[in-house]
Ligand binder design. Structure first.
Ligand code: MN3
Length: 200
């Protein structure tokens, strides 16, 4: 069963001026779409042909001979999750139990923001910054290339794409400015809260 490119959860110009329509034309229309096309080209005649995306990711994780399947499947999943982590008029602060848990596990919301930005800025090369739940605790992590929390026993709550293609059109080389804008203006805390409620 071929995979399809999910629609963006908002119009491509909805996050302007922070992330422009042009970024979404490339990032969603070209990069995300290419992962879908690549995976669909690879799976016919293999055991992965009838599997869900998550099953392909879990079955191929850590197997170097299956890296092509893993990388494309994981990048499809990561990008779909990432689009949902942003919203027009996003940013600000979470509320309720999620805020209480952030205060408990990070000290305060400012310390969480610092840790999340630091994870994104210090990920060398391409990858992702994450807020995850693991064994009842919230943690900030970062992963390389397509790697993702679900294959490390963690539940993802929030992610930020720090591949250059995520920010180069709007921020050029200024990854820290992109990360700050993502945190202050774009995070969809309602989506993160739903992930948190489901995970705890
Ligand atoms: Mn990307």
């Amino acid at each position: 069963m071929p995979f399809t490119l999910p629609e963006l959860p908002y119009p491509k110009e909805a996050l302007e001026p922070h992330l422009t329509a042009k970024t979404f034309e490339f990032h969603h229309g070209k990069h995300h779409n290419a992962y879908v096309t690549n995976l669909n080209n690879m799976i016919p005649g293999t055991e992965y042909e009838t599997m869900s995306l998550e099953d392909i990711i879990k079955k191929t994780a850590g197997d170097a001979t299956k890296a092509g399947f893993f990388n494309n499947a994981a990048q499809i999943w990561n990008h779909t999750f990432y689009w949902n982590c942003m919203t027009p008029n996003g940013g600000g602060e979470p509320t309720g139990k999620l805020m209480d848990k952030i205060n408990e596990d990070f000290g305060d919301f400012g310390k969480f923001k610092d840790a999340f930005k630091q994870a994104g800025v210090t990920q060398f090369g391409s990858g992702w910054a994450w807020l995850v739940a693991e064994n009842g605790k919230l943690k900030v992590t970062k992963t390389l290339n397509a790697d993702l929390p679900m294959v490390h026993g963690q539940t993802p709550l929030l992610t930020m794409d720090v591949w250059e293609h995520a920010y180069y059109i709007d921020f050029q080389n200024r990854r820290p400015d992109y990360a700050q804008t993502f945190i202050d203006k774009l995070i969809n805390w309602e989506f993160v809260s739903k992930n948190f409620e489901a995970a705890m």
